[in-house]
Write a protein that binds this ligand. Structure first.
Ligand code: IMP
Length: 427
């Protein structure tokens, strides 16, 4: 039965939360499959305005099960804060489950994220500071602690003692920092267990039941394709895979089950943190997009770098994810511009290239080759039918479809659920 992956197609912040919220009403299960609370999914619906960092965006539908998948790293304090806030707003969270295979973010991950960034000095990645890199590094190094370990006090204590001993050696000997207290962390995480134990389980069985009963399963991506540690602008990337392939791994879905892959693109580009961004605009057009789009990070409040749509990166993203459809968000932010540009190729060392280089040294040298299109200079936020969009807006969308190449299903013209144009069915 349908499994729909909703994937960030650029550098994150594409508006995946809104798209998941829009489609989750039809779903039996929504699974967050990667990242951690570095993500910030803004959702506006009848319950209010929410900035979800770790809770799947399907949480607002009482019949939908929300799962924090095995591919996520979980900061329990952040999740408890979100559950409390959602409950206060009248949202039921009893159908929220956490895979017992998901890894925990521990206090030393937060500390090491900061210390490692400081030690990178001029070459800092600009992480969100949420302990994501150190937590995924521990997972792969087999030094992680999983949410399932938290359920058994003795297993948890033994594992924490063993790992903390090593972490304290790094903290004190490498960074000259103070050691962390075993008792304090243990006590704190025992409190988290009290709150979260009922939600932690082998979530595979829920997935299996949903698939066998032909329910729609949505895999909710976090971050964006160009932040993928393999295919993104390494080392200026995140530490888990935001790709559709990452969705299979991080949710426990076999690849042939994945029937629909929706790539979410902003109508322009943004990036937070360091690393190359060929179409970045360091001028008044970039400032205008930032101000009109309130382009400030949901998680860190940092101002986002803004630029024209990069069809070279977008084509690469479409290919490695296998998008079957596209959602274009924030089209309305471009409403006032007299003309628009789309990057259709790069100039590198005097040659024209049409691919996204794997090396950031090369990407940093790439000069965008632009195609210019007319702007529409008409408000679009109240439009709900594709045919009613001004002609230049339809021409812009049609050109993106041609360049990617992939059909556009959804166009978002505002933050609210209903500010959406359905061009072709997603499923
Ligand atoms: P980390 O994931 O916190 O380690 O940060 C690594 C890079 O990914 C930094 O450039 C962050 O700004 C970026 N990043 C992480 N999460 C997000 C996100 O949800 N949206 C946009 N950028 C992100």
């Amino acid at each position: 039965m349908p499994v729909l992956a909703i994937i960030g197609a650029q550098w994150g912040d594409e508006g995946k939360g809104k798209v998941v919220d829009l489609l989750a009403g039809k779903a039996g299960v929504v699974v967050r499959f990667s990242g951690g609370d570095n993500a910030g999914h803004t959702v506006i619906n009848p319950y209010g305005k929410f900035k979800l960092h770790i809770t799947p965006s399907g949480i607002f539908y009482p019949q939908t099960i929300s799962i924090i998948g095995n591919g996520v790293v979980l900061n329990p304090a952040v999740l408890i804060g979100e559950i409390d806030h959602l409950n206060q707003c009248g949202v039921n969270t009893t159908k929220l489950f956490i895979s017992d295979r998901a890894h925990l973010i521990m206090p030393y991950h937060l500390l090491l994220d900061r210390l490692e960034e400081e030690s990178r000095a001029g070459k800092a990645i600009g992480t969100t500071g949420k302990g994501i890199g150190p937590a995924f590094a521990d997972k792969v190094a087999r030094s992680g602690i999983r949410t399932g370990d938290l359920l058994d006090k003795e297993v948890f204590l033994e594992r924490l003692r063993f790992i903390l001993d090593y972490k304290n050696t790094i903290l004190t000997k490498v960074y000259g920092a103070s050691p962390l207290s075993l008792d304090e962390i243990y006590g704190q995480y025992c409190q988290y267990r009290e709150r979260l134990a009922a939600h932690i389980m082998e979530t595979d069985t829920i997935m299996e039941r949903a698939l066998n009963q032909d329910e729609l399963v949505i895999l909710e991506g976090a971050q964006g394709t160009l932040l993928d540690p393999d295919f993104g602008t390494y080392p200026y990337t995140t530490s888990s895979s935001p790709l559709s392939g990452g969705g299979c791994l991080g949710a426990g879905i076999s690849p042939p089950r994945l029937s629909h892959i929706l790539g979410v693109f902003k109508a322009y580009c943004t990036r937070v943190g360091s690393g190359p961004m060929p179409t970045e605009l360091k001028d008044e057009t970039g400032d205008l997009i930032r101000e009109r789009g309130h382009e400030y990070g949901t998680t860190t409040g940092r101002s986002r770098r803004c630029g024209w749509f990069d069809a070279v990166g977008a084509r690469f993203s479409t290919r490695i994810n296998g998008f079957t459809g596209i959602a274009i968000t924030r089209l309305d932010i471009l409403d006032t511009l007299p003309h628009l540009k789309i990057c259709v190729g790069y100039k590198l060392k005097g040659k024209t290239i049409d691919y996204f280089p794997s090396s950031i040294t090369a990407l940093e040298k790439c000069q965008p080759i632009y195609e210019e299109l007319a702007g529409w200079q008409t408000p679009t936020s109240d439009i709900r039918q594709y045919e009613q969009l001004p002609l230049p807006a339809r021409q812009y969308i049609a050109r993106l479809e041609e360049l990617l190449p992939c059909p556009v299903s959804l166009i978002s013209v505002g933050a609210e659920r209903e500010q959406t144009i359905l061009k072709t069915p997603v499923l």
